[in-house]
Design a protein around this ligand. Structure first.
Ligand code: NAD
Length: 512
């Protein structure tokens, strides 16, 4: 590691970084008669322990043969082999641009007159992306070399170089339920588990994970759903509500349990973290309870990549400047298989939900601008236009009220290769999820050593920067604002390393 931290609050051994951290918060009380609030600042002392040894990690992608799946595998291989290729303009080199962990920095502080920054990935020991072993499932049997060509994401010259390496990777047969995706996906399904019972399907997925782990000598496996968006499961009491009911429902072969929920359950039972990169409600309450029982991380939903990332920044800017958005309209068209699947109404609804709620907390937390429950008009449109392939078009219009009856209209047009924004985000989710499995925390109380715990299984509250609709533990308020989400991650890791968190107050520069 490129730096050490000094101080009695932090100890580093060969295996462990231990730090204590004072967290300053405020509690608020309301006087029942006057309605007046009293704010009471408090301090809580936490201990963090981070295991330093980076395990050998495998990633299993559900939807390995899709645009994201094949391109993710290609990105890892191209970086491992340091592949260079020619485009029309210039020679390119494999990279991880767009990854928070691999392509951004963290400020350490001032060294004389010099500002010192380190790559984000050096704040704590993180797995090297090129050490990841990649495998997974797809309902389509196409080997990954051909799947990469079908995706039309990479430049031709890069495809040619990757092809022999990728063609060796063949997706495992998967669980498929056509009622959960668009009918137009049926012709892809030629690699489906011939197991009619859901219980047998879960057991087979568990066996696949164990075999992958053993065959590759892995210490940890992380599973990431990057398969088709599914429609929402209709959550029912007695089926989805508790861990026990869900497991019994699987034994009864209940129909309203989605493939993504079955994958989540198989992962939890194997102790492998499960990340849901699509918007559907895979993590129903019974799954969350099961994950708590087995102390396994689950997170989702939906990668936060292009348009939604901009939305969570732009809306935050407008509202925190005191401008009042009244209408947000987001229009997209795309021509890849994801767009084709989203053209079915039920599936589109899942996407619409995750895209819509991304700004709710920004309005809810601003009583100076909005009445309780007041929200701007918010409309999402997605159209399938095959010709544009993976090059997604996003057009957004934000109309806000400004001072004294004025109106501010912002219109954006964004053209971008959808998949090439998503794969670095997938990488970050894997790298950071793995790191979080090695961090334990406890609270110092007056007597004795603190009891150490893992984080709550719903780590979306930490990884919200990477997710459109991060699922938070009950009682923890949702935060969608992008830079708050980034600061959350950075500050958590600074605290684990024994560094002060960033307040951005710049106090040392304020003296005359
Ligand atoms: P894609 O259609 O190219 O790939 C999905 C793959 O999943 C296909 O190969 C399909 O055969 C496979 N599949 C479908 N059902 C399966 C199942 N039950 N088990 C295993 N495999 C299955 O789509 P994509 O562009 O790779 O996107 C994947 C997912 O990521 C989509 O749900 C999309 O909404 C989500 N997502 C993508 C982005 C982005 O920017 N690319 C952003 C956010 C979310």
């Amino acid at each position: 590691m490129s730096f050490t931290v000094e101080g009695s609050h932090v100890q580093e051994t060969e295996d462990l970084i231990s730090s204590s951290f004072a967290s300053h918060g405020t509690s608020v009380e309301k006087d029942a008669t006057t309605g007046k609030y009293t704010v009471k600042p408090y301090t809580r002392e936490f201990i963090f322990q981070t295991e330093k040894k980076i395990p050998k990690v495998g990633v299993m992608l559900v939807g390995l043969g899709g645009n994201n799946g094949s391109s993710f595998a290609g990105m890892i291989i191209a970086n491992k082999l340091k592949i260079k290729w020619n485009t029309k303009q210039k020679e390119m080199q494999a990279n991880f641009i767009g990854s928070l962990t691999q392509a951004t920095s963290i400020r350490l502080g001032k060294c004389g007159d010099e500002e010192v920054y380190i790559p984000f990935k050096e704040i704590l020991p993180m797995v090297e992306p090129t050490d990841l072993v990649v495998s997974g499932w797809d309902i389509n049997s196409m080997p990954l070399g051909d799947a990469m060509r079908r995706a039309q994401v990479f430049d031709y010259d890069l495809q040619q170089q990757l092809y022999p390496h990728m063609q060796k990777i063949v997706p495992l047969p998967s669980v498929f339920d056509p009622s959960y995706v668009a009918a137009n996906q049926g012709d892809r399904a030629n690699n489906v588990l011939a197991l009619p019972k859901k219980e047998d399907q879960v057991n087979k997925l568990r066996q696949d994970m164990r075999e992958f782990k053993e065959k590759n000598g892995l210490e940890k496996v992380i599973v990431l759903w990057t398969a088709n968006t599914e429609r929402f499961s209709v959550e029912q009491d007695g089926v989805h509500d508790t861990a026990k009911n869900l497991m019994e429902a699987i034994r009864r072969n209940e129909s309203e349990i989605s493939p993504s929920t079955l994958f989540a359950i198989a992962c939890i039972l194997e102790g492998n973290p499960f990340i849901n990169g699509s918007p559907q409600n895979a993590l129903v309450p019974g799954v969350v309870e099961l994950a708590q029982i087995h102390k396994t991380f689950i997170t989702g939903a939906d990668f936060k990549t292009g348009q939604t990332k901009i939305k969570s920044v732009l809306t935050d800017f407008l509202v925190s400047s005191g401008l009042k958005p009244r209408s947000i309209v987001s229009y997209n068209h795309l021509g890849n298989n994801d767009g084709k699947n989203l053209s079915a109404a039920q599936v589109f609804e899942s996407k619409e939900r995750s895209k819509k709620h991304v700004v709710d907390d920004i309005f809810d937390g601003n009583p100076a601008l909005y009445e309780p429950g007041e929200q701007p008009d918010h409309c999402i449109v997605i159209k399938y236009v095959p010709y544009v392939q993976d090059s997604k078009r996003a057009m957004d219009e934000y109309i806000s009220e400004i001072c004294m009856g004025g109106v501010n209209t912002i219109v954006l047009h964004n053209t971008c290769e959808d998949t090439l924004l998503a794969i670095p985000v997938m990488l970050d989710l894997v790298v950071l999820t793995e790191l979080l499995t090695r961090i334990h925390m406890g609270e110092k109380t007056n007597g004795g050593e603190p009891e150490m715990h893992n984080f709550h299984p719903l780590i979306g509250c930490i990884l919200g920067f990477l997710l459109k609709a991060p699922q938070f533990p009950k009682g923890v308020p949702t935060v969608n604002s992008l830079f708050k989400q980034r600061l959350c991650l950075e500050n958590l890791f600074r605290a684990c390393r024994g560094m002060n968190t960033r307040t951005c107050m710049g106090l040392n520069k304020m003296f005359n």
